[in-house]
Design a protein around this ligand. Structure first.
Ligand code: ZN
Length: 322
């Protein structure tokens, strides 16, 4: 039997460096933390530790989203196929609140940097508290690139001379292939996502089967990784527990539901509702960019009217109707 191990001291601290208070972060990062808390019930340590270096955290979030989220996964695939290339990100909305007059602020910089800062300030627009900077104007006016301007603004914040706010995060992409066979590409992407969906479903099914397993759980896990063992003698099943019994999900059949008027709706919104999968998503209450773009469609009584029915059943009826 393995000896019970204690968590070493250094693992109880999440970072060697100080971990900033959430309230002290920029608005976009605070919002991200709020979403984490809402969706996950916690803020992962890696995110809290990265918060000390906001730019690193933004890059990390960008990369993570690129890999994990639907729309960005699509962009990642287009990038992998060499159709587009990522060119980093930018902020559409940049503003800062100086803590002093510009003359006073400029005394904190050596002459050449002060001249650059003066140029930068002269092309900003000033409201009562916040000074907004339009990146394109600033780049043209100072003849410097984004990076230099952002570093200059960052230095204001770093020196405690101004509070900086960056919002309107956007990813930049360059189109590499001017002529793409769009229908073929769409089909190829749809196939890939369909395969991915099937894979995810079977992963969930095997997880459920594992949870309800009637034989040694450790052996099952190790077997998955190609290492057969005798029953371990210390998992729940080996110690005599009953296998977990999951409640059978109760779901409504689509048969009794009133879908009158749906065909008319489909005819009125061909872009959002022509394909069976689009219809099934709509009826189950799953939004899509095309549905959002069609006025009043989300407010229609049929949106989500099949929510108590399984998606697979709704989809099957869509595939066979018409
Ligand atoms: Zn066991």
């Amino acid at each position: 039997m393995a000896k019970k191990r204690e968590t070493p001291d250094q693992l109880q601290h999440i970072s060697k460096l100080p971990v900033p208070e959430i309230e002290s972060l920029d608005e976009d990062l605070q919002k991200y933390m709020r979403i984490c808390t809402e969706k996950l019930g916690l803020i992962p340590n890696v995110i809290r530790a990265f918060a000390l270096r906001p730019e690193k955290l933004r890059t990390f979030i960008g990369k993570y989203n690129e890999l994990m989220l639907g729309e960005d996964a699509l962009l990642t695939r287009l990038e992998l196929s060499g159709i587009i290339r990522s060119e980093g990100h930018y902020y559409g909305d940049i503003r800062f609140a100086p803590k002093d007059s510009s003359a006073e602020i400029l005394t904190h910089y050596p002459a050449n940097q002060a001249a650059f800062m003066r140029k930068l300030f002269s092309c900003c627009s000033k409201a009562r508290k916040w000074i907004s900077l339009d990146m394109k104007t600033a780049m043209a006016h100072t003849e410097q690139d984004r990076g230099v301007i952002l570093r200059a603004l960052d230095s204001l914040q770093h020196k405690g001379l101004a509070e900086l706010q960056l919002a309107g995060y956007r990813q930049r992409f360059r189109r590499l292939q001017p002529a793409v066979d769009t229908p073929a590409l769409c089909q190829q992407l749809a196939d890939t996502f369909h395969q991915h969906e099937q894979m995810e479903i079977s992963r969930i099914e095997s997880m459920l089967a594992y949870a309800q397993s009637e034989s040694c759980l450790t052996a099952k896990l190790l077997d998955y990784f190609g290492e057969p063992i005798e029953p371990c003698g210390h998992c729940g099943i080996c110690l005599g527990d009953q296998p977990a019994a999951l409640h059978q999900r109760q779901h409504t059949s689509i048969k009794g539901l009133d879908l009158s008027g749906f065909q008319e709706l489909v005819a009125q919104h061909p872009k959002a509702l022509t394909r069976p999968r689009q219809q099934a998503r709509f009826l189950c209450g799953m939004n899509s960019p095309a549905v959002s773009a069609s006025r009043g469609l989300r407010g229609n009584r049929l949106f989500g009217s099949c929510a108590p029915v399984t998606f697979a059943e709704v989809l099957a009826t869509r595939n066979t109707s018409d």
